[in-house]
Design a protein around this ligand. Structure first.
Ligand code: C2E
Ligand code: CA
Ligand code: CA
Length: 708
């Protein structure tokens, strides 16, 4: 029996090649799984090539490591055949592990086939030496080598299948698995080699015609290097691609997360928005249904926010909203939801809450929001009106948000700065409002609007100076509706523009008719709503109306509220300037309720300030109100503006205001708003009609009527 010696360096090299081949194959399996169609087929071919040549090289390096005491050579065709067998079984193995599933029967069949392939390659490779006499085999070792081949293949297939998905953790495992697989392949080879022995006098039959050992070494080194470089390139590319994909996926996930956050939150206050609120509301409803629980919904609307926004601009308004959001947050627990669903509208969802504790929270909110806010140098005051709806409602109703909204409106009507629980009747109110809006659309064409005129008197001489036109709606079923009940609605819906146009036209028409009674010095005052004031058609409309009724501009006064005039001061100034240059008078209405800065007031081309009736009402009782009124009068004098006091109801007020230096007075004491016929009747009878409350004659009216 011939014995050979192993070159340990080459043995080590053969094991390394086996490990490398295994790693490559595992990496390729991952690529095949990660791709589809044509590229997957290319990866399969590449993987089969790397693995096949790897196993094949391992075999021949193992052969080279063995030095036998005779010259060796290999039959090229049989050698090629062994390579083909290695490639085919590798391709099969890779194809197998890249299926969706790898059930046990399939794994066993695959292991058997691949083991047979690897063993087949080995014995074909051995046959390429064409030894005479033939190589002898020790049957138990052959069987062991076959078992190792099948077992190693099975293990390799299973590992490759489990490790075919990419991830950092799996890559580590994959390196370990490649080592195990490499040793298994090498172990199989060396067991097979141990099963073989050469009889004395054996010689290789292809010494002259076959490939000799030098060539084989070269060939193998080239194929191994090729395999190695493929493995390296693939793993580098793979790693890069994987990390880039991972980075891309991570940034995508982040962007996605941000987008979802943006879509669900208000950008100013960072609070949840309506979308998220509705989702939470849905969850809360489902929970309450399942566990027969309760929760409450608070609808909070700020009072006086519009005036802040109008007077100081949106940036101050925005900062105020952020502060309000912070105060609200401080009043509730972390598990409750606060959402901002509109300009100054917040909704608070109190999880699992009894009505009594909802009231406690609402009370806390009203109290904290009432405290002044410091925005930069400004001290601002707003208040909150809150509506509360409890789930489940008494009547099992579900539209909680609408209910809370209706309750909030009720709180506003009750004088603001308070909270109110929802009652079923409130929804009827909302329904009624909708009906009213519908009717208002038709009011103009049905000629249901009428103007009432309230006389305005010179304070000192008590002479009639003119009147303020005040609109009313003669509704077919509801009777006479006061402006406060429909002007806000008209303003919101935009209907105020045609209504305002009609008011101006009718007031001017009436005025030119009255001129026939010799009242040449009267002025007629008409109110302008914020929307009208900002409307681009205003100036031409006023001009056109004046011309149509051949009315002198000085006989018309347009009243704009202080907060309207102070909203976007530059734009207001431009409009007011145009009105002024037409010769029309401007009165700043409800003065004292807004936030005029003295600087802006100085620039306003106004002719009068009209003290809000709330201050006039308080002059007798409230020292603060009296101080405000006298300050406004002083301010008017300094700025060379006439000061009008409206809402004069008592002679005490009349005398006080006259003494203070108010230029003109208007109020129930001197004359209520009345229809044109009554107004003129009073004039021609030189008397003022007795008004329902029996106030009797206004002394000043008599005086004027006599002199006019
Ligand atoms: P305003 O411009 O401040 O009008 C004065 C309001 O005070 C009128 O109420 C008038 O009836 C009321 N008033 C007059 N004297 C007294 C008094 O001695 N005591 C009390 N307590 N009140 C007095 P009215 O007519 O109900 O109008 C309410 C508001 O509706 C007006 O307030 C004005 O802002 C708006 N408005 C009225 N007519 C028009 C209009 O044609 N166009 C626009 N845009 N708004 C209008
Ligand atoms: Ca007015
Ligand atoms: Ca007023």
């Amino acid at each position: 029996m011939l014995t050979g010696h192993y070159n340990s360096v080459l043995v080590l090299f053969s094991v390394l090649v086996a490990i490398l081949a295994s790693y490559t194959a595992l990496a390729m399996a991952a690529r095949i799984t990660a791709t589809q169609g044509r590229s997957a087929r290319w990866w399969l071919a590449g993987g089969a090539f790397a693995m096949g040549t790897g196993i094949w090289s391992m075999h021949f390096i193992g052969m080279l490591a063995l030095s036998l005491p005779m010259p060796m050579g290999y039959d090229p065709w049989i050698t090629l055949l062994s390579l083909v067998i290695a490639l085919a079984s590798s391709a099969f193995a890779l194809w197998l592990v890249c299926r969706e599933e790898l059930p046990w029967p399939r794994l066993s069949g695959g292991a058997l086939l691949m083991g047979a392939g690897v063993a087949g390659m080995h014995y074909t490779g051995m046959a390429a030496m064409r030894m005479t006499p033939g190589i002898q085999y020790t049957p138990p070792l052959v069987i062991l080598s076959l078992l190792i081949a099948v077992g190693a293949s099975g293990a390799a297939l299973w590992m490759a299948f489990r490790l075919r998905k990419d991830s950092t953790r799996i890559k580590l495992f994959r390196a370990g698995a490649a080592v195990v697989m490499g040793f298994a392949i090498a172990g199989m080879h060396y067991t097979e080699m141990a099963a073989e022995y050469y009889q004395p006098g054996s010689h290789c039959g292809v010494i002259d015609t076959g490939i000799d050992n030098d060539w084989l070494a070269l060939l193998i080194i080239i194929t191994t290097l090729a395999g190695l470089s493929i493995a390296l390139i693939v793993s580098v590319l793979d790693a890069r691609l994987a990390s880039r994909t991972a980075a891309l996926a991570a940034s995508l996930a982040e962007a996605n997360h941000e987008l979802t956050h943006l879509a669900m939150h208000d950008s100013l206050t960072k609070l949840p928005n309506r979308i998220l609120l509705e989702d939470r509301l849905h969850q809360a409803t489902e929970n309450a249904k399942r566990y027969h629980g309760l929760f409450s919904l608070l609808f909070l609307d700020l009072d006086g926010f519009k005036a802040v926004n109008d007077s100081f601009g949106h940036s101050v308004g925005d900062r105020l909203l952020v502060e309000v959001a912070q105060r609200i947050r401080a009043c509730i627990r972390a598990r409750d939801t606060i959402a901002r669903i509109g300009g100054d509208e917040f909704v608070i969802l109190l999880d699992a809450e009894e009505p009594a504790s909802a009231a406690v929270v609402a009370d806390k909110l009203v109290t904290t929001i009432r405290q002044p806010f410091m925005i930069g140098e400004l001290e601002l005051r707003v208040s909150a009106s809150i509506g509360i709806a409890i789930y489940p409602g008494a009547d099992g109703r579900r539209d909680l948000l609408k209910d809370a909204d209706a309750a909030m409106y009720h709180a506003k009507e009750m004088g603001r700065n308070c909270y109110c629980f929802f009652e079923t009747s409130m929804n009827a109110d909302a329904q009624e409002q909708l009906q009213l809006l519908h009717d208002l659309h038709l009011a103009l064409e049905r000629h249901e609007l009428v103007l009432h005129y309230q006389p305005k008197f010179d304070a000192a001489s008590r002479k009639l100076m003119g009147a303020e036109a005040l609109v009313r709606w003669q509704h077919s079923t509801r009777g006479l509706i006061p402006p406060n009940d429909f002007i806000p609605m008209a303003e919101k819906s935009g209907l105020i523009v045609p209504i305002g146009e009609w008011v101006l036209d009718e007031a001017c028409r009436q005025m030119s008719e009255w001129r026939r009674f010799g009242s040449n010095n009267w002025t007629i005052a008409v109110n302008l709503s914020p929307l009208q004031f900002g409307h681009p058609g205003l100036i031409p409309m006023v001009l056109d109306t004046l011309q149509r009724h051949a009315m002198e501009p000085r006989c018309l006064t347009l009243e704009v509220t202080e907060s309207t005039a102070m909203r976007d001061v530059d734009a207001s100034m431009a409009v007011l300037q145009q009105i002024y240059s037409m010769g029309v008078n401007i009165s700043i209405d409800d003065f004292g309720t807004g936030y005029s800065s003295l600087l802006h007031l100085k620039r306003l081309p106004a002719s009068e300030l009209k003290i809000d009736r709330a201050f006039v009402h308080g002059v007798a009782k409230d020292g603060e109100d009296a101080a405000i009124v006298s300050a406004i009068v002083a301010l008017g004098k300094t700025l060379n503006l006439k000061v009008v006091a409206e809402g004069v109801e008592t002679t005490w007020q009349q005398e006080f205001l006259t003494r203070l230096g108010c230029d003109s007075l208007q109020g129930f004491l001197l004359g209520r708003p009345m229809p044109a016929e009554q107004f003129i009747e009073a004039l021609s009878q030189q008397d003022i009609p007795t008004i329902d409350d029996g106030q009797g004659l206004a002394p000043s009216w008599k005086l004027v009527a006599q002199t006019s």
